[in-house]
Ligand binder design. Structure first.
Ligand SMILES: NC(=O)c1ccc[n+]([C@@H]2O[C@H](COP(=O)([O-])OP(=O)(O)OC[C@H]3O[C@@H](n4cnc5c(N)ncnc54)[C@H](O)[C@@H]3O)[C@@H](O)[C@H]2O)c1
Length: 455
């Protein structure tokens, strides 16, 4: 099928590459010239496992193109995805200006002589499908012919770091459309994924038990709500684990064992129960703010969602409290920070807990040595004035430092022997913001260990 995608970010580029690899003819429209140039050379502007190899393959196949010119790609498409950013405004409301630009361009390029589906894949506030229709009409300059197109909702659930895996083997595909023909077209496009009929790429093999991907067909408003409700639930689950961790610290319980004990209950499940420095990333904070904004717009104050956000904010600051407990004064101390990205497997720093912690350390007068396996370049690029020392490797960051704070659970950190950490630091304080080690093993290595929710 002919597929056009607005936005070559995490969602647009990954979706486009995967759909082209499955045999569709894909054009991605992007407004940033450097991104287009890089992608055309086969270099993904983002770090994602398996993406470079797949991108090289689809470029060579001739089924994947990237351009800044929308009209021909809109006109020839059967399915047009909007996958541009929807960042938060200061009010918490989602900024739809990029969606609007894309919708106007779609209106200008509509084919008219056959049906096209415009799909909101970006996370957009509830009711945005209607809004996008209005902007498409503005771009078209009139009401397009009846049946020329429809707007559907197909929210995206991929996780950065495993974006290709999540696109090929999703837990579910959600399609919200008011027209049966649009649902059929989208099902046809996704058929290889729904039925898992494609040959799995070598770099991202299929999980053994997976046979069919569940499909949720619903109306547009419910599809939009599913996305927000899913992210709000996941963020709440982590904030819940952190709240329990804070109680554990006071009563002498171990939150890792508590999480295991409750997670085995199938009604709860073990995932997203890890206590630590809190959640972050480009989605949870923004989507919670947008859902809270919508709820309040409609006269409802969502107390639980407000608490989810507050607990998370305070949790980041609790990492500094642990450090103060160990070092007392922070001014003039050298502190090593391992992990910048908001989670392992990505170079994305948007709303990363490490940024809050580093900002607070600097404000308190510490010298901060940072190391992250892939996100250092992003920090240098996006925060060029941040006065931190960039270390060449994890162990080098320890040199001269009086404490180590671990803020991202990169697997390679856990491979470094605790004795080496103890020897590398000038004072053996370890703030384990991701509970990578056990208190016993850290203490055996001579470390003054502070985990989250365990002592
Ligand atoms: N990143 C994730 O893990 C994730 C997961 C699920 C859903 N989402 C949602 O998907 C949407 C996109 O997220 P992302 O992380 O891919 O964003 P991103 O910022 O990485 O990418 C968006 C891209 O759109 C481009 N763009 C902006 N205006 C454009 C226009 N008019 N025409 C063409 N391109 C344009 C930008 O230059 C950018 O490259 C957001 O709504 C986000 O909430 C993201």
């Amino acid at each position: 099928m002919q597929v056009t995608i607005f936005g070559a970010g995490y969602v647009g580029l990954v979706t486009g590459t995967v759909l082209a690899d499955l045999g569709h003819q894909v054009t991605v429209i992007e407004v940033v010239a450097e991104k287009i140039a890089k992608i055309r050379q086969g270099q993904a502007p983002i770090y994602e496992h398996g993406l470079d190899a797949m991108l090289a393959r689809v470029l060579a196949s001739g089924r994947f193109h990237v351009t800044d010119s929308a009209s021909a790609a809109v006109q020839s498409a059967e399915v047009i995805f909007i996958a541009v950013g929807t960042p938060p405004l200061p009010t918490g409301e989602a900024d739809l200006s990029y969606v609007r630009q894309a919708a106007l361009a779609i209106g200008q390029g509509l084919a008219q002589n056959r049906r096209q589906v415009v799909v909101n894949k970006a996370t957009v506030p509830i009711g945005s499908a209607n809004q996008v229709e209005v902007w498409i009409e503005d771009g078209f300059g009139a009401r397009p012919p009846v049946d020329a197109y429809t707007v559907a909702s197909n929210p995206e659930f991929l996780r950065e770091g495993t974006a290709i895996f999540d696109t090929l083997y999703p837990d579910r595909i959600v399609l919200g459309a008011d027209e049966a023909w649009a649902l059929e077209l989208l099902k046809e496009m996704y058929r290889p994924i729904i039925e898992q009929t494609f040959e799995p790429p070598l770099e991202v093999p299929r999980p053994e038990q997976l046979q069919m991907v569940p499909l949720v067909q619903t109306d547009r408003i419910s599809a939009e709500m599913i996305k927000y409700a899913a992210n709000a639930f996941l963020a709440t689950k982590i904030s819940f684990a952190n709240e329990i961790a804070n109680i554990c610290e006071r009563v002498g319980a171990d939150v890792v064992e508590v999480a295991q004990g409750i997670g085995l209950d199938r009604r709860i499940g073990p995932r997203f129960l890890n206590a630590g420095a809190g959640w972050g990333g480009s989605c949870f904070g923004k989507d919670l703010s947008a859902l809270i904004f919508t709820a309040e717009e409609y006269g409802y104050r969502p107390e639980l969602l407000h608490s989810t956000v507050r607990v998370n904010r305070e949790q980041r600051h609790r990492m500094i409290s642990h450090l103060q407990d160990a070092l007392k004064t922070i001014k003039g101390r050298r502190v090593a920070v391992w992990g910048l990205a908001f989670k392992p497997g990505t170079d994305d720093l948007r709303d990363a807990p490490a940024l809050t912690v580093i900002g607070e350390l600097l404000r308190l007068g510490a010298r901060v040595h940072v190391y992250d396996p892939v996100a250092m370049a992003t920090l240098q690029r996006d925060y060029p004035d941040l006065e931190v020392v960039y270390a060449d490797n994890a162990v080098a960051a320890l040199r001269g430092a009086e404490a180590l704070m671990v803020l991202t659970e990169w697997p390679e950190f856990a491979q470094i022997p605790l004795t080496q950490i103890a020897q590398g630091l000038s004072r053996p304080v370890l703030i384990d913001g991701r509970n990578l080690w056990t208190p016993e093993s850290a203490k055996r290595a001579g470390l003054d260990y502070h985990g989250v929710g365990r002592s």
